[in-house]
Design a protein around this ligand. Structure first.
Ligand SMILES: [Zn+2]
Length: 381
């Protein structure tokens, strides 16, 4: 099924297996960048890697059997679907022992990965969601209005409005007062059209719970339109577009995608700027792996900020689940901690479980000079 949002991530993070290992596989299937052959070679490598790891595992027979079935299921699914697959990425989650199987179709190619763990590997998913917010595009001219939803690289029409507004007065067609009177009459029609469109806009927002609004209108219409928008809608206005109601959906999608990407970059630099400002004034923030893990363990993190794909080996306590950089013995419950391949990954999962926000920063930013990971805290340190 298509990857649609947080609910799927939550159901994956909450899946409990009572110590049965689970399998997660991510495959980059973006045919705009990769040949079919390259995709199937990558899949083969992942499956071979999986088989090799399974053989080397020293675990109970029934655990091994469950993992072997996961591999078979993944292999069969890919053989059947990959040929005609037209999504940029594929994620497969399996725990055969518990009868769990979830294929997710992704709009963005992930890094190829095969992960066997106690929990599903979900880290790439919030990063993809962050990339694709649900945006309402509202395009309005003096006579027409059109709405679209743009989400995960797809565009869906939501509705349109055509009002009966007379054409503008032609130059030299009328003289003096008569011309002004007609002009006022026309402007009244335009205003009525804007009012009607603004009311429809509010209804569309209430129904769809959009996070962002992109607005396309003529520059001279904007000062008339803006005061008519409901405060709830106006709060979500994130950018202006050049597109017009008559433009093709494909053109609208392209412009919306470009605007979204610019906004994302600006937002990421803003998050990093705020975090660093907070750190420098000794406020409610921390940075670096060790400190951030400590604050996360103490449930003090409000928003975790991490450079995309930054990873680090670490340790986790099997009892209290606290995360550490190198503590061999958990300082809290005195149990021996276990090695984890990517403690940043574990931190993101823990943050999501604690209902913290997670901001993954796509580009290289000043955050890298602060250890590539940090957090805004709930309380002052
Ligand atoms: Zn512990």
């Amino acid at each position: 099924m298509k990857f649609t949002g947080r609910a799927q991530i939550e159901s994956l993070t909450q899946f409990k297996t009572e110590n049965f290992p689970v399998t997660s596989l991510y495959l980059d299937t973006d045919k705009s960048r990769l040949l079919k052959k390259e995709i199937s070679v990558s899949l083969k490598q992942l499956l071979n890697e999986g088989k090799a790891r399974l053989e080397a595992m020293d675990v109970a027979r029934e655990k091994k059997e469950s993992l072997a079935l996961d591999l078979e299921k993944i292999s069969a699914f890919c053989a059947q679907n990959l040929g005609t697959f037209n999504h940029a990425g594929l994620a497969l989650f399996a725990c055969s022992r518990k009868g769990f199987w979830l294929p997710l179709f992704l709009p963005h190619g992930p890094r190829n990965r095969f992960v066997v763990d106690q929990n599903f590997y979900v880290r790439p998913l919030p990063a993809i969601l962050d990339k694709y917010r649900r945006v309402c595009v509202f395009l309005i001219s003096r006579r027409e209005a059109r709405w679209y939803e743009v989400f995960m690289g797809e565009i869906t029409p939501l509705g349109s409005l055509t009002s009966n507004v007379p054409s503008r007065v032609k130059k030299g067609g009328y003289e003096g007062n008569e011309s002004k009177r007609i002009e006022r009459h026309i402007e009244a029609h335009v205003l009525e059209h804007f009012k009607k469109a603004s009311r429809m806009m509010f209804d569309i927002f209430k129904k769809n719970h959009f996070e962002s609004l992109f607005l396309g209108c003529e520059d001279n219409s904007y000062p008339v339109l803006e005061p008519l928008l409901h405060a709830y809608v106006k709060d979500r206005l994130k950018g202006r577009m050049k597109a017009k109601p008559a433009d093709s959906a494909a053109a609208v999608l392209k412009e919306a995608g470009e605007l979204e990407s610019v906004l994302k970059t600006d937002e990421a630099s803003e998050v990093v700027r705020k975090l660093i400002a907070e750190l420098e004034r000794g406020g409610r923030a921390c940075s670096g792996v060790r400190e951030t893990l400590h604050r996360l363990n103490q449930f003090e993190v409000q928003t975790l900020v991490v450079t995309h794909n930054y990873s680090k080996e670490g340790r986790a306590c099997p009892n209290c689940k606290f995360l550490y950089l190198e503590d061999e013995i958990c300082p809290v419950c005195r149990r021996k901690t276990g090695h984890v391949a990517d403690v940043i990954d574990e931190a993101i999962e823990a943050a999501l479980k604690h209902k913290c926000a997670v901001k993954q920063i796509d580009a290289t930013t000043r955050l890298d000079r602060y250890g590539s990971v940090g957090a805004f805290l709930k309380y002052k340190m």
